[in-house]
Design a binder for this molecule. Structure first.
Ligand SMILES: Cc1cc2nc3c(=O)[nH]c(=O)nc-3n(C[C@H](O)[C@H](O)[C@H](O)COP(=O)(O)OP(=O)(O)OC[C@H]3O[C@@H](n4cnc5c(N)ncnc54)[C@H](O)[C@@H]3O)c2cc1C
Length: 377
């Protein structure tokens, strides 16, 4: 039978950490880094259940965006204008903050601009968005610094070779990045700063007491002065009181395509579908959660026929209509949603904080979320 040695017990398990962060995604790494800057002498440990992060940060589309016009109008309608503008500012400033931490060239960042795509069936919606364009651009100018954040750009449809697309609305401030490299770089930075990262450590329960928080993993129990839960979609498994539900995103990438004309980031149907070029010659396409919300509200990685078939149909009929292509690879990732789009950043139990519910926008807001949780401690 395996038991911890005296040395292991003494040096690893019984050590009292200043901070334990649960979850090694964008938020976990950013939080650890910002805590280390605020408290240089602190002992900080990140616990991650996977060998690599097993949530969304290394499994997303890598689009650095802050919302298409349809998403913004939807949120304004469902919540209110202040909530919508606060979130746009949080995302936009989050992206600026991200680039204070990492260099664009190290994470494959390109300011390609982004487009929202409208087909002929969406003509009425598009015409409505046009009536709102000037108002929304004026509201966003103090945030983005752009007179026109959203610009009608139908002339680019032929450039990309789309079929069935009737209108495009362009946002020059969007870009694309390499999600794997982003986490790789953040991980290396953490190690250089003396932050410990332990993998294959699934936290099972958190027990706050007067002197410390007990963090129970299957192997043993750890102790920390403060715990930060940055498990996003999976937050409820440790903190059942939180309003966070999972939402799976299924993604595919094509094999290299010669003379690929599609360049940039694209959003379709209020952001339920997203696609972009990867390198010079591949297309990544994901989404379709709205086809079957119930099945996609899951913690399980995996695929469904309805989503896969719809994504392939979109590629064949709209995005790459005149091109023979093959799918190289499929994967999925799990996002965290709730009744509101804003993240939950608060002390939930004594000395236990959470920074969760990224609503599918963690690339943009992750650094600001980390900054905010660190400001509470
Ligand atoms: C398909 C897809 C496409 C996306 N596209 C974009 C995009 O283009 N732009 C954008 O801004 N955002 C996008 N997102 C959203 C973005 O990826 C997430 O919002 C962001 O990565 C969340 O980061 P996080 O650190 O909060 O959570 P995560 O990256 O999910 O990290 C949480 C970590 O906690 C770990 N964990 C969970 N439970 C435990 C436990 N009990 N013990 C230990 N570890 C645990 C998980 O394994 C995971 O690694 C997309 C997401 C998906 C799935």
């Amino acid at each position: 039978m395996y038991t911890a040695s005296y040395w292991e017990q003494n040096a690893f398990w019984e050590k009292k950490w200043d901070f334990i962060i649960i979850g090694a995604g964008i938020v976990g790494f950013m939080t650890a880094q910002m805590l280390k800057i605020k408290y240089p002498d602190a002992d900080i440990l990140i616990l991650e259940r996977g060998i690599l992060p097993m949530g969304a940060s290394t499994r997303n589309a890598g689009i650095a965006c802050f919302g298409s016009i349809s998403e913004l109008l939807l949120q304004e309608n469902e919540e209110n204008q202040t909530a919508m503008l606060d979130l746009v500012a949080f995302r936009f400033n989050g992206l600026q903050r991200l680039f204070e931490v990492v260099q664009g060239k190290d994470i494959g960042y390109q300011t390609t601009g982004g487009y929202e795509v409208f087909t002929s069936e969406e003509e009425d919606k598009y015409q409505y968005y046009l009536t709102q364009l000037e108002r929304i651009n004026a509201l966003l100018e103090p945030i983005t610094g752009l007179k026109q954040t959203y610009i009608p750009k139908d002339e680019d449809i032929t450039k990309f070779g789309f079929r069935g697309v009737k209108h495009l609305i362009y946002n020059p401030a969007e870009g694309i990045l390499h999600s794997g490299k982003l986490i790789f770089v953040l991980w290396q930075m953490a190690q250089k700063m003396g932050i410990s990262v332990w993998n294959q450590m699934e936290v099972q329960t958190l027990v706050p007491s007067s002197s410390s928080v007990q963090v129970k993993v299957s192997q043993n129990t750890l102790y920390a002065s403060y715990v930060i839960v940055s498990t996003n979609a999976f937050a409820k498994t440790l903190l059942p009181q939180l309003d966070v539900v999972p939402g799976r995103g299924q993604v595919c990438i094509t094999k290299p395509i010669s003379n690929l004309r599609v360049k940039g980031a694209f959003h379709y149907q209020e952001g339920y579908y997203y696609f972009r070029n990867v390198g010079e010659n591949r297309i990544l396409l994901g989404g379709g959660r709205n086809l079957d919300f119930a099945s996609e509200q899951t913690y399980q990685f995996g695929f469904t026929e309805i989503v896969q078939n719809t994504l392939i149909k979109l590629l064949k009929e709209m995005i790459l209509p005149d091109i023979t292509f093959e799918i190289d690879h499929w994967w999925s990732g799990i996002m965290g949603f709730g009744s509101e789009k804003a993240p939950i950043i608060q002390e939930v139990l004594p000395n236990v904080y959470c920074a969760v519910r990224m609503s599918g926008m963690g690339v943009a807001i992750g650094s600001k979320v980390a900054e905010k949780v660190v400001s509470l401690i």
